[in-house]
Design a protein around this ligand. Structure first.
Ligand code: ADP
Ligand code: MG
Length: 320
């Protein structure tokens, strides 16, 4: 057996759950359930650009699949199959063992089969393609936001950006806070259960990978609407020994534009408010209503004293 094939067999071949033919042949075979259509997306992680080359391989394995599952969640699709194309500078057995352990831990948590891929020598690059199922016509698109919709976000924003700023010595988090934030950065939890629950409820959705304001901006542009967002309603962590005061412009920037949150931002009619509160209790995930959709295009951010914050001055010139 060639070293490449050995490596694939050892690290990337596991029993599958809903796949006719998985890793090992020239192509995998899968069948769609009746009444469903495919949702397909890919995300590439390049060493030095998306992660530090010396980062923990287990966490990298987890994250490379998790960020893809997050895209399925944002569409209201159920993640089912993934392929993994990986370029490796050399064959490092302990690195591969840890990477694949993290990858499959995420795959097992979200019931995803790894069904194929490609392995080659090169600068460390990880490219995952994810395939999911959604009932025909039910996918939640970025373009569906309606005037009057409430805008919601899941979880807490900014923890991952705080962790990155801490690593880059731009700020110094106390130990407990730094552990919580590091978890958000290295082991994001895709909000798949939320995405599925929102199928007949949300008019539009996106996962927050580039920061709330940028990603909400995509919904606004594609739906041709605007929004008013209340800073006081933005969910973020507060640590006893490191309070996050959004009067502070640099903290505000991390929370609103930091990126790597992998929470969902979605819009839904006001009539769905009570239903969304129920979902929140059912899946035990914080959901915060942060504003509403307007017919005037552009985004207005209300500050903590209800003043209008100049988004451009805070660095979000995407909206200028
Ligand atoms: P081919 O030469 O026909 O492209 P390969 O030798 O590259 O096939 O791959 C053999 C099998 O292993 C294929 O089924 C492919 O999908 C799978 N595979 C290759 N690399 C990976 C990987 N990193 N993870 C999962 N499956 C992989
Ligand atoms: Mg090949």
């Amino acid at each position: 057996m060639t070293p490449e094939f050995n490596l694939i067999k050892q690290y990337f071949t596991r029993p599958t759950r809903h796949t006719k033919l998985g890793v090992g042949d020239d192509a995998a075979l899968i069948s769609l359930s009746t009444g469903m259509e495919f949702a397909i997306s890919a995300d590439m992680l390049v060493a030095g650009t998306h992660f530090f080359a010396d980062c923990d391989a287990y966490k990298l394995g987890w994250k490379s699949l998790a960020v893809n599952i997050s895209d399925m969640a944002a569409m209201g699709a159920n993640a089912k199959w993934a392929t993994l194309a990986i370029a490796l500078p050399d064959i490092n057995a302990s690195w591969l063992a840890e990477f694949s352990r993290g990858f499959f831990a995420c795959a097992d948590s979200f019931n995803v089969d790894l069904i194929g891929g490609d392995t080659t020598r090169g600068p460390l690059t990880i490219s995952v393609q994810i395939m999911g199922e959604v009932p025909i016509g039910k996918a939640i698109k970025r373009s569906g936001a309606k005037v009057g919709d409430e805008i919601w976000v899941s979880g807490k924003l900014g923890d991952a950006a705080l962790a990155l700023a801490h690593i880059q010595s731009k700020l110094a988090l106390p130990e407990a806070a730094s552990l919580i934030c590091a978890k958000a950065l290295h082991a994001p939890q895709p909000r798949l259960a939320l995405g599925l629950a929102l199928r007949d409820i949300a008019n539009s959705a996106i996962d927050i990978s580039d920061g709330l304001l940028a990603d909400l901006g995509h919904i606004l542009e594609q739906s041709n609407v605007g929004a008013i967002v209340e800073l006081s309603n933005i969910p973020h962590s507060t640590f006893v020994d490191y309070p996050i005061d959004l009067h502070d412009e640099s903290l505000r920037k991390l929370v609103l534009a930091g990126g790597d949150d992998y929470e969902l931002c979605f819009t839904a009619p006001v009539q769905m408010h009570a239903e969304i509160v129920k979902i929140c209790e059912k899946i035990k995930l914080q959901l915060s209503c942060i504003g509403h959709i307007t017919s005037n295009t552009g985004l207005i951010l209300h500050g903590l004293e209800n003043e209008i914050l100049n988004i451009k001055e805070t660095g979000f010139d995407h909206f200028s």
